[in-house]
Ligand binder design. Structure first.
Ligand code: MSP
Length: 526
């Protein structure tokens, strides 16, 4: 009996609907999707949640500027994000919108749970301080910098570069100051909670630097979840937004199947700009509500374009569908996963993209599959041949595919190091291409057909393994590879990667068709 693997719950940040999806959002979705797909391939039951963050002043103001009711505006933009997940072939199990009734219920329930468990932790007061609408965040005076406009007027800026405004309003506060020690203890006891390490250090020094209580309700606008029992207040958008991670698995039904199975989450995948909310506020809210904390938060870097930050004003924002049209979907997914190092910023540059796609996909995997299967088609009556005696070279390649691929790959995957996981898979692609060149099966047809059969069988088997191993990153193309060699759908998982399940012989395969076309560098300028 195969061992039963634990369920796995992974989430993306939920995107603000104040603007259309861009490459940064696409990157986060693909990153999370890759993890979800790898875990499913490895036999885990996976819950993958993504969605949209629709409340708060930023969205309300954008809707107003467009002359639309907030809900109608949210419906429109949220649909664009749903469209993006479909276009990117994201395998999310649910898509949450914070304007859904289930989410109002969960947000109000967590508020009540905090009040019930720790009545002192929520208190009414007056907020006087700085607020950045763009970040939907409060900042202390000490964190601000000063800018000067063209008329010489001074103004204050958040550390993110966003403008801040002075706010004075009645507000409920959360007693975050009471959580300093508890948070530090938690980080110490769970060294993997904040990843990568550099982010962890950043959070620890923020927490050590004197946590202030935070305002968790607003009264000067109404686009949000009403505070239970005092509906002239709406909940602070981040308290509402963070709660999505438990709404999606049925909170407040903590006895429900999904909640019991999937909470605490294995990974919240987010961008580096929102770690404070995920690694300080969220765990403190959960502790206060008497709920378990997620196992890990992984903060990825930002995607830059030709070395510059993507920005509307610079005009270098890349829409995900532009890339897909230029390179193809799986090529884009591969590129982002292969090129962006763990937790760091990634740079997008066209020339580099073309080179990478051509070398790894067109000339690497694509060529291996095409030439091997074409030879089988042509020289073996389109049937997978029977292997004869294995030489050391054959054994070595098969051993690599069966015994030395998936576990090392999954070690990288478990730490969100997809560039390394792919590097490891592509070592097998390269070894297999070298094997084709050195065995030269095309030359064996006349002089030693049995040897040719063995070589082509070994190649078909390695292609089967590669088809399965790559399918988290290039799902559609990998499925085409596996279709060509007639692997049944239910045999496309890591449990099938060993010699016990090697390809049978003598069955007919399709005429191979190219999977990854070669890109022409000059023609395809993005
Ligand atoms: N709504 C909040 C998240 C709430 S989660 C409870 C938010 N939304 S966002 O639309 O601004 O960003 C969504 C995600 O995209 C964040 O994780 C953010 O870091 C990420 N990215 C936004 N721009 C990005 C890049 N240029 N590159 C990579 N990811 C970036 O924050």
């Amino acid at each position: 009996m195969a061992e039963q693997k634990p369920p796995f719950y992974i989430t993306t940040a939920i995107s603000y609907v104040n603007g259309s999806p861009h490459l940064g959002h696409a990157y986060e979705q693909i990153l999370t999707d890759t993890m979800a797909r790898f875990k499913r391939l490895d036999g885990h039951e996976v819950m993958f949640l993504t969605g949209t963050d629709e409340h708060g002043q930023k969205v309300a103001k954008t809707a107003e500027a467009k002359g639309m009711e907030p809900k109608a505006f949210c419906d429109l933009i949220s649909q664009e994000f749903v469209g993006m997940t479909q276009m990117l072939n994201i395998s999310n199990d649910d898509f949450i919108r914070t304007t859904e009734p289930r989410h109002y219920k969960a947000s109000q329930a967590i508020w009540n749970a905090i009040k019930e468990n720790n009545p002192e932790d929520i208190y009414l007061g007056k907020y006087e301080g700085w607020y950045s609408v763009r970040d939907e965040a409060y900042f202390a005076e000490s964190e601000l910098t000063e800018g000067v406009d063209t008329q010489g007027n001074k103004y204050k800026l958040a550390p993110t570069g966003a403008p801040v405004a002075w706010v004075e309003e009645e507000s409920y506060f959360f007693r975050l100051s009471a959580y300093t020690e508890k948070l530090l203890d938690y980080y110490a006891a769970h060294p993997n909670f904040i990843q990568p390490d550099a982010r962890r250090n950043e959070v620890i020094s923020f927490v050590k630097g004197n946590l202030q209580d935070i305002s968790i309700s607003r009264t000067n606008f109404s686009w949000g979840v009403p505070v239970p029992g005092d509906d002239k207040h709406v909940m602070y958008v981040w308290l509402d937004a963070l709660t999505n991670y438990i709404t999606g698995i049925g909170y407040p039904e903590t006895g429900g199947d999904d909640y019991k199975k999937f909470w605490p989450a294995d990974y919240h995948v987010i961008g580096k700009d929102i770690i404070r909310f995920h690694c300080v506020y969220w765990p403190a809210f959960l502790m206060a509500a008497g709920l378990e904390l997620p196992k890990a938060v992984f903060a990825h870097g930002f995607i830059n374009v030709n070395g510059a930050k993507m920005s509307k004003s610079v005009g270098n924002v890349i829409a995900p569908n532009d890339l897909i049209e230029t390179y193809g979907l799986d090529q884009t997914r591969y590129l982002l996963m292969r090129e962006v190092p763990h937790g760091q910023d990634g740079n997008f540059a066209h020339e580099h993209a073309v080179q990478r796609i051509n070398s790894d996909l067109a000339n690497g995997l694509g060529n291996l599959v095409q030439r091997s299967l074409s030879m089988i088609h042509k020289n073996c009556d389109a049937k997978i041949p029977k292997p004869n005696v294995y030489t050391d070279d054959d054994k070595k390649l098969l051993d690599h595919a069966h015994n030395r691929l998936i576990r090392p790959v999954m070690e990288e995957v478990d730490n969100m190091r997809f560039h390394r996981a792919l590097e490891k898979i592509w070592r097998l692609v390269n070894d297999a291409n070298i094997y084709v060149d050195t065995q030269a099966p095309w030359a064996l047809k006349k002089e030693d057909p049995e040897r040719m059969n063995t070589v082509l069988y070994v190649l078909a088997e390695v292609i089967r393994v590669l088809g399965i191993a790559t399918s988290a990153v290039t799902p559609e193309s990998s499925a085409k590879i596996l279709d060509q060699i007639k692997i049944p759908e239910d045999e496309r998982h890591f449990g099938m990667i060993n010699d016990e399940y090697s390809l049978p012989s003598d069955f007919e395969i399709d005429k191979p068709e190219g999977i990854f076309p070669r890109l022409d560098e000059a023609e395809k300028a993005a």
